[in-house]
Design a binder for this molecule. Sequence first.
Ligand code: ATP
Length: 512
Amino acid sequence: MTQEELFKVLVAHCKEYGYIFPSSEIYDGLAAVYDYGQMGVELKNNIKQYWWNAMTRLNENIVGIDAAVFMHPKTWVASGHVAAFNDPLIDNKDSKKRYRADVLIEDYLAKIEEKINKEVEKGRRKFGESFDEAKFRETNPNVLREKAHYEEVHGRYLKAEAANDLAEYRQIILDCGIVCPISGTKNWTDVRQFNLMFSTQFGSVGDEANTVYLRPETAQGIFVDYINVQKTGRMKIPFGIAQIGKAFRNEVVARQFIFRMREFEQMEMEFFVKPGTEMEWFSKWKEQRMKWHVNLGMGAENYRFHDHEKLAHYANAATDIEFNFPFGFKELEGIHSRTDFDLGNHQKLSGKKLQYFDPETGESYVPYCVETSIGLDRMFLAVLSHSYKVEQLENGETRTVLSLPAPLAPVKAAILPLVKKDGLPEIAREILRDLRCDFNCQYDEKDSIGKRYRRQDAIGTPFCITVDHQTLEDRTVTLRERDSMNQVRVPMAVLKEKINEKVNLNEILKNL
Ligand code: ATP
């Protein structure tokens, strides 16, 4: 499935089952802004809880905060966002469409890589068992030609990026013959910088001095609150501050469903350490964060690190955790060693001391910081796109199922009386009352049992409990498991325990 086809299917599924709606849809929506529906909010809350508990409960030296979206405008001067939070933009004069120049070049490079891989696959088919991939890559003239071209363009691109050379971006686009996907022409404007922060007016006077920004990342809320938390919480270095909250970016290329939104949520943790120990902590957090992901059971092979060659101005080490989305490996989380860049700059601009006094050594210093930053919506998309399956059943039918990790599923159990009479609804409601304080449950008595199972499969409910006439006699029910579709007869009295084993978030938190 191409990215476009997949998004179409997912968007339709998400809408049909109350996961995600386009924002203000009755007015035809708002580009790259989405609402989470009745199922979506539950999945999102469960992801948040998994992250929050892993950070703040499993680490006695990490505490959480919830800072405001609006911050003093100087915050964004100190953080570098006013001067440097830009995307290089280019317009096609024929289609009037706007693109990120860097993304056009990166897509072009990815296409060359694809060509090389296709050539290798051709070779593999041709030579069969005796195929030596490494040798083929070193000797095949087509591969060598594409590789040389890749290296030449990649080299120019890295240089242009490092020097922020906008004219060179344009020249690369022209030299490579990159065309607009809509108009098919090379009629490009110059490349310009575009700041991604949204601004608005604070108070009633609309002059420049009252301009505030909607925060483009949650991290700065942590940095400006650092000294308050450290002092009031009597925190000792090393310690961390975690936060979940909204961030806003006026993204230019925002045609990727919830992968790239203009209003999104981040889960960020800043870990403050003694200067000189940051690399140790950087490695530790790399390992910890990968463990958190893999622990969900979506396949270790679907994650990889992508270490940054070119570091942001504030970082001395950086890596991304990439996830194998159906449209390829893409960034899901960033882990950065940010040095004392943020605290140092806030100290300078505010004139307030943001130093830590180490009671053991008697030294004072501005701490260094290692950041873990994951997009909640991107995590949602990773879980959803990985879980979405259309299965061919033995009886020739198909079923659409969301094989969500059970602790994240919005509804944990559905309680279904086989028929709407004979006292079955009453017993079903008795079970509901018994389970609903422990798990989010649904009661459903409408349509055939087969249809009801399908509805629960489509929203990813791990268990269905069916109440039938035998239940009246011996208080046993059928417990159906979503992925295997296996059905077992169990006493009503063991339901809570059986469901809990699979769906309790604490069970997976224990493995971290
Ligand atoms: P990208 O390169 O994809 O634009 P980034 O490197 O700018 O992302 P960071 O600033 O490191 O991203 O933000 C941390 C995390 O926040 C990202 O790993 C991603 O999961 C999430 N994120 C960033 N921008 C968006 C967005 N526009 N929509 C949804 N999630 C986002």
